[in-house]
Design a protein around this ligand. Structure first.
Ligand code: PLP
Length: 361
């Protein structure tokens, strides 16, 4: 077996560790930026009716034409722009990488940032360059980014807006400078669009190399796996050639289309999450010894007293709450945990567990 693996599995694949998703059964799950609110009963009944009529014996519409129309109406996608659907935005990142990958070509992203840019770039055989954010506040180090663009001429630049796992928005003027300087495609990743008023979606078309990527995961449909990429139609038509023919399944297409027609419901849930984010932030700010970072997303990054992350993470877990321990993930994330904004009672349970964990020796 190991002969087979060594002979045939590419060294760069053998070298990486698989993306690890921890067990969450029975825990209050505040680790993955999920929306904690279910659909109300009436919407659920309508959804079951839609599913009852879905024809799973047939292949799905390859481009999700109806869903595209509902997404365009619900999400403010400029009518002159092209649209491409993915099995989650993770798949769109993969399509982008496969469309441009060649030896010596580079993906550039900010660090600490979303780990899939690096991982997918490596899988596609590309080089990866991570430009550090400023240590004090995780803002963009524009001179360093421009220098890295000059040095590596990246095929793809990913800018998460707001950024994960730090939660902040980068200065739009700095992003404009990056788009103008980059020789390749710049993808503004708006996975957390439901939790901020800032967006580059209305600015599509101002630069020929700007694309905007979003997902329905964080607004409350993580289980459906649906991402979308908007940008100049000719460019998207090329990336579309990489797409596997039926990448978005029938159940996802009809469910997401219905959800888009119930947009107000999700807007209401996301408003509640934003209000809860403010309460959680206020409580963390008032807590002795912890430093929360301002967030425009549905999570908050929290720095703990030095050397305490593993103990506090374990103690919170022992009290039935799962958050993300980022200590060790990147030098700038030392002593940091990331907590997803949950329901009020979940956030209270987290705060109580955190206070108790900090009080332990
Ligand atoms: C969660 C996340 C995604 C992935 O979204 P999916 O559509 O669920 O694959 C992409 N980008 C960022 C920055 C994220 O945090």
């Amino acid at each position: 077996m190991s002969d087979l693996i060594e002979r045939w599995i590419r060294p760069e694949i053998r070298a990486i560790s698989a993306y690890h998703v921890p067990k969450a059964a029975g825990l209050i799950k505040l680790d993955a930026m999920e929306n904690p609110y279910p659909w109300p009963e009436a919407a659920r009944a309508e959804w079951l009716e839609v599913l009852r009529r879905a024809e799973v014996n047939l292949y799905p519409d390859p481009r999700g034409t109806e869903l595209q129309a509902d997404l365009r109406a619900a999400m403010g996608i400029p009518p002159e722009m092209g649209l491409l659907l993915g099995n989650g935005s993770d798949e769109l990142i993969q399509m982008l990488a496969l469309a441009v990958a060649a030896p010596g070509r580079t993906i550039l992203a900010m660090e600490p940032g979303f780990v899939m840019y690096r991982m997918i770039g490596r899988l596609a055989g590309m080089d990866y360059v991570g430009v550090p954010l400023r240590a004090a506040d995780f803002s963009l180090d524009l001179p360093a980014v421009l220098e890295a663009i000059e040095a590596t001429a990246p095929a793809l630049v990913f800018i998460a807006y707001p950024n994960n796992p730090t939660g902040n928005l980068f200065a739009p003027e700095a992003i404009e400078r990056i788009i103008a300087a980059a020789p390749g495609l710049v993808i503004v990743d708006e996975a957390y669009a439901p939790f901020t008023d800032a967006s580059f979606m209305p600015r599509l078309g101002e630069w020929p190399n700007l694309l905007v990527m979003r997902t329905v995961s964080k607004m409350g449909l993580a289980g459906l796996r649906l991402g979308y990429l908007a940008g100049p139609p000719a460019l998207l038509a090329e990336i579309d050639k990489v797409r596997l023919p039926y990448n978005v399944n029938v159940l996802t297409q009809v469910s997401a289309a219905l959800a888009m027609r119930h947009r107000a419901l999700f807007d209401e849930q996301c408003r509640a999450i934003r209000a809860e984010r403010a309460s959680l932030m206020a409580a963390l700010t008032a807590m002795e010894g912890v430093q929360p970072f301002a967030s425009e997303a549905n999570f908050i990054l929290v720095r703990l007293p030095e050397g305490r992350a593993a103990q506090v993470f374990a103690a919170i877990g022992a009290r039935g709450i799962l958050v993300k321990n980022l200590d060790g993930a990147h030098p700038q994330l030392a002593d940091c945990l990331r907590v997803t904004v949950g329901r009020p009672e979940e956030n209270r349970a987290f705060l109580a567990a955190l206070a108790a964990a900090l009080a332990e020796a």
